[in-house]
Design a protein around this ligand. Structure first.
Ligand SMILES: *Cc1c(COP(=O)(O)O)cnc(C)c1O
Length: 384
């Protein structure tokens, strides 16, 4: 079976992990801060906070922005459930902003429409979480302008998008957001096995997230409510978690980060090969917006006329031909857990149409030209 995504691990990665295993520190050693500093340099941001997953990063990001009971958080319905679950962890109410059908990203016109209504009803969101689907940045400049007008904070879910660029700036620079989150799960661009990172330019948010990832405990005198009682002393000042990344994971992530540009160049090459070879009016790749450089976490094609039956047939047939076709994503609001909160079919029509059209074809650095040709031939055969 040709997988839709796969990690690329070399001898250097393996040695980096073994070195940590032989060292004095398996966790809370030097590798995590080293990984964080490398992300800071790479993404051109001021702070980076490593955690054990992007899900944890989204959670501490929301908490650091003060999301709590009664607050509203908006995200995209075409994402992995973690993008919206983070708001629910904080006791907030979640809502969705419909997508642009051609990019799959949050539609800024829909966002503005929804904000106008929300302002009238005094129900503005505290945080909006745009998701850079498949590795292509959302229209962050527009979302940022709306955030200034309507007073919400922005967390970028860039789980797909480390190494992507927006207006020539790396995603993660937080030029137009408060916090940006990366995932290092093995199917993503680079991996630390499990792992995530939150970047920000705000030292206060960074410090809050650092405390939240480690029990809310501090040993810094100035953060304590009274003078230190001695060198052993620490205080718990917030309700944190154990969301720490280990040094073993950080060493792998750090080693992988050295190759991120090579991986993405390869992904872009393979994507343009797909674009050249795919030659059927029944399908089209996701639209690439000018001024964005996609990290191409996923290669998504869409049926030009959404059709449930054809969509299902395409993915089923691909798998029969040993190609792991996939669908990213089932609209979150249609998940049973979300339907039980009152969401229903018809709430976000573009997201639902997208779901009846989008198919993820295999794309990862280890994919060969022959495999791309085989996938394309198979897609053409199935459609004809
Ligand atoms: C993978 C993913 C996450 C969660 O990442 P983990 O590191 O597995 O917790 C969140 N959002 C999106 C869009 C993702 O694709």
């Amino acid at each position: 079976m040709i997988p839709y995504g796969k990690q690329d691990i070399d001898q250097k990665d393996i040695e980096a992990v073994i070195d940590v295993l032989k060292s004095d520190w398996l966790t809370q050693g030097p590798k995590v801060p080293e990984f964080e500093q490398s992300i800071i340099n790479y993404a051109r941001c001021k702070h980076a906070v490593a955690v054990n997953s992007a899900t944890s990063a989204l959670h501490v990001a929301c908490l650091s922005l003060g999301v709590t009971d009664g607050d509203l958080v908006w995200t995209s319905p075409i994402s992995f459930v973690a993008s919206s679950n983070c708001a629910l962890y904080c006791g907030a109410t979640i809502d969705f902003v419909d997508i642009n059908l051609s990019t799959g990203n949050m539609c800024t016109l829909e966002l503005e429409k929804k904000l106008i209504v929300a302002k009238e009803n005094k129900q503005l969101p505290k945080v909006v979480i745009p998701v850079h689907l498949a590795g292509q940045s959302c229209d962050m400049q527009r979302i940022y302008a709306l955030s200034l007008e309507y007073g919400f904070a922005i967390i970028e879910d860039a789980s797909h998008a480390i190494g992507a660029k927006y207006q020539n700036e790396p995603v993660g620079s937080c030029q137009y957001s408060d916090i940006c989150v990366f995932s290092f799960h093995p199917v993503k661009i680079i991996t630390s096995a499990e792992g995530g990172m939150a970047t920000t330019n705000d030292p206060i948010l960074a410090r809050k997230m650092q405390l939240l990832r480690s029990h809310g405990v501090t040993s810094v005198d100035t953060e304590m409510t009274e003078p230190s009682q001695g060198p052993w002393y620490y205080q718990q000042v917030s309700l944190g978690f154990n969301y720490r990344m280990t040094d073993i994971h950080a060493a792998l992530g750090l080693s992988q980060l050295q190759k991120v540009d090579t991986f993405i160049a390869k992904r872009n090459q393979l994507a343009s090969l797909y674009n050249d070879l795919l030659n059927d009016t029944l399908i089209a790749p996701l639209f690439l917006v000018e001024g964005t450089y996609s990290a191409y976490h996923l290669f998504v094609v869409q049926l030009t006329v959404p059709c449930k039956a054809k969509h299902r047939e395409l993915v089923t047939q691909l798998r029969r031909h040993n190609i792991m076709g996939h669908v990213h994503y089932i609209p979150i609001h249609l998940q049973p857990y979300y339907q039980a909160m009152g969401f229903k079919s018809g709430d976000f029509p573009n997201a639902e149409r997208y779901y009846e059209s989008a198919v993820t074809l295999p794309l990862h650095p280890g994919l060969t030209i022959e495999q791309v040709q085989y996938v394309v031939d198979t897609v053409h055969d199935i459609l004809s």
